[in-house]
Design a protein around this ligand. Sequence first.
Ligand code: SF4
Length: 290
Amino acid sequence: MKPRVQVKVSDLTRYLMCPRLVYFGAKEHHEGMAKGKERGFIESILLKELAFNLHKFYGERKEEDSEPEPESESETKTEEERAKRIIEDIVDGVERIYKEELKGVEKDYFEEVKEDFIRNLSMSTNMENDEWLEKVRTENELFELENAYGYEREHAMFSEKLSMSGSVDKLIRTEEEVIPCMIKTGKCPEYSVWKSDRVQLAAYAMLIEEELGFETTVKRGFVEYIRNAEFRETQIRRRDRALALQILKRVKRIKGGVFPDKGGNAPCDKCVFAERCETRKTLLSTLFGK
Ligand code: SF4
């Protein structure tokens, strides 16, 4: 019997960037660091870890709220130092947590990126210049939910029926609902969430429902755009589910060996498969005059 094609939720978002990324990704394992993109990769990991620990900033604000003393210059300075200490504390554990992903990174290089990251973030947490820390410490529904119910980190799921697996960054369970949350380290849209994030959340929703049984309906999710400290809620709509299923089918075909057309906004200039993609295109043109 032919083995069933296994799809990861991340394949669906990759498909939306460019279907050919799914094709080449299935043939060549290219997770992790692309050459020349090490700094960005490490920074993304550091940002992600920060997002898993935002309660440390938020908890601090709650304590401060109970002592409404006026802020002097030295108090503001202490506040900045405290924020810097929290950041240092969070990034200190990163090397151990992401041991596999950071394999091959020189210790000195990692330390250099880490120090730059702390410096830049500490500068941006100077509240006169930037609102990052202020936004992180402002009450919002996601923090309220995390405070009240906690969350399960990187909850892994697999559905035999869908032949799909995925690991959602945070999973919050309240008495009434189950809420998936994703951490994104890239650009934040002006409003709402990106289409690819909606599709990804819909895919997680279907995996959660498979795992917990048909009575469970995941109605909403959150996307944390950590770079901008924006925490966006989004409803998981029928059309998002339908699109996720449609892409799932296409991804299965591609992983089964069908070479797809390139995506409309394919990021070819920074693609690790650019050379192979060009060779494949030339080969097809020679064979079929395409
Ligand atoms: S080079 Fe462009 S078309 Fe080819 S896989 Fe990469 S992004 Fe897609």
